[in-house]
Ligand binder design. Structure first.
Ligand code: NAP
Length: 283
C-alpha cells in the first residue's frame, strides 16, 4: 500500500473502499470482504444510510484481530446538519452508528448551507482528538480557496468526482497550491459512457496485462490522487486493490489525458437546479 501524507501530518491509504449505493443489508458483508482482501480505508456517509452496517463490519474485524489504528474510517456530514450545533449532534450520531470513539476523516459532503459553522464544530472536534483529519467534498476551486483562506484549519482533503472523462486537471493544480489532498469519487464514473469498454483504456490494459479498472485506478494513484472504488463483488474488490505492483508509462498517462471531456458524468454542483435538488433531498 502507498499512503498520502495529509497537511495535518496524518497518513491515509491511497486506495480505500467506497460504500455509496450498497444496500444496507449487504454493506456489512461487503466491508468485511473488502477488509479481508486488504483494504483498510472505508468511505461512507450519513447520506448513504449504511453507517450502522459499516459499524457492524468494523466490530467484527476488530474482534477478529485487526487493530483500530490499522483502519482509516471516513464519514460525511449532510447538508441538513451543516451548522455548528447541528454538526456536533450529527457527528455523535454517526459515531454511535459506526461504533467508534474517534474518527479518521470527517468531510463536509456538499458545499451548501452553513459550511463555516459546520467547520467550526469539526475544528473543535479535531482539537479535542475526536477526529484525526477534517476535509470537504464537492467544493469547486473558488469555494475551496475561500474556505482555506478564511478558516484557521485548512481542509486536509477535497473529495471530488474524478475519472478519465472528467479529469479535474485545473482543480488538482489549485489543490496542490493549497496543500490540500485530492480524492476521487466515481473513479469509474459508475461505468457511464461505456468507460470499461473504452478503446484507449482497453489498449493500455491489454498491453499491461491488467483490467481497464486497474488501469484507471493506477492512473489516478500515479497522479497522486486517493481512490475509493466501490464494488459488491469480492473478486472485483481484490482487482481494484491490486494496483501497486505495476506502473503506467508517461505515454500511457498522456493517452489517458486525451480522454478528458472536462465535464461531469453526473451533474454540475454549481447548477441552481442541482443545488435545489440536493437541498430538497434532505428536507
Ligand atoms: P465507481 O466506484 O466509479 O463505480 C462503481 C461501479 O463500478 C459499480 O457499478 C461496480 O459494480 C462497478 N465496478 C467496480 N469495480 C469494477 C471492476 N473492477 N470491473 C468492472 N466494474 C466494476 O462509483 P461510486 O461508487 O459512485 O464511487 C466510489 C465511491 O466514491 C463511493 O462508493 C463513495 O464512497 C464515494 N462517492 C462520493 C461522492 C461524494 O459526493 N462525495 C459521490 C459519489 C461517490 P459492482 O458493485 O457490481 O462491482
Amino acid at each position: 500500500m502507498e499512503y498520502k501524507i495529509l497537511n495535518d501530518g496524518n497518513k491515509m491509504p491511497m486506495a480505500g473502499f467506497g460504500v455509496f449505493q450498497i444496500d444496507p443489508k449487504e454493506t456489512q458483508r461487503c466491508v468485511e470482504d473488502a477488509i479481508s482482501v486488504g483494504y483498510r480505508s472505508i468511505d461512507t456517509a450519513q447520506a448513504y444510510f449504511n453507517e450502522d452496517s459499516v459499524g457492524a463490519a468494523i466490530k467484527t474485524v476488530l474482534a477478529g484481530g485487526i487493530k483500530r489504528e490499522e483502519l482509516f474510517i471516513t464519514t460525511k456530514l449532510w447538508i441538513d446538519d451543516a451548522g455548528e450545533e447541528r454538526a456536533l449532534k450529527a457527528f455523535d450520531a454517526s459515531m454511535k452508528k459506526l461504533g467508534l470513539d474517534y474518527l479518521d476523516l470527517y468531510l463536509i459532503h456538499q458545499p451548501y448551507s452553513d459550511t463555516y459553522g459546520a467547520w467550526r464544530a469539526m475544528s473543535r472536534l479535531k482539537k479535542e482528538g475526536r477526529i484525526r483529519s477534517i476535509g470537504v467534498s464537492n467544493f469547486n476551486p473558488g469555494q475551496i480557496m475561500d474556505f482555506a483562506i478564511n478558516n484557521e484549519i485548512k481542509p486536509a482533503i477535497n473529495q471530488i468526482e474524478c475519472n478519465p472523462f472528467h479529469q479535474q486537471l485545473a482543480a488538482q493544480v489549485n489543490l496542490k497550491e493549497l496543500g490540500i489532498a485530492m480524492q476521487s469519487w466515481a473513479p469509474f464514473g459508475e461505468g457511464r459512457k461505456d468507460m470499461f469498454s473504452n478503446a484507449v483504456l482497453k489498449t493500455i490494459a491489454q498491453k499491461q496485462g491488467r483490467s481497464v479498472a486497474q488501469v484507471i485506478l493506477r492512473w489516478l494513484v500515479q497522479r497522486g490522487i486517493v481512490v475509493i472504488p466501490k464494488s459488491v463483488s469480492k473478486d472485483r474488490m481484490a482487482e481494484n486493490f491490486n494496483i501497486f505492483d505495476f506502473s503506467l508509462s508517461e505515454a500511457d498517462m498522456r493517452m489517458i489525458t486525451g480522454l478528458d471531456d472536462g465535464a461531469s458524468l453526473f451533474f454540475d454542483h454549481g447548477d441552481p437546479q442541482i443545488v435545489k435538488m440536493l437541498n430538497n433531498l434532505s428536507r
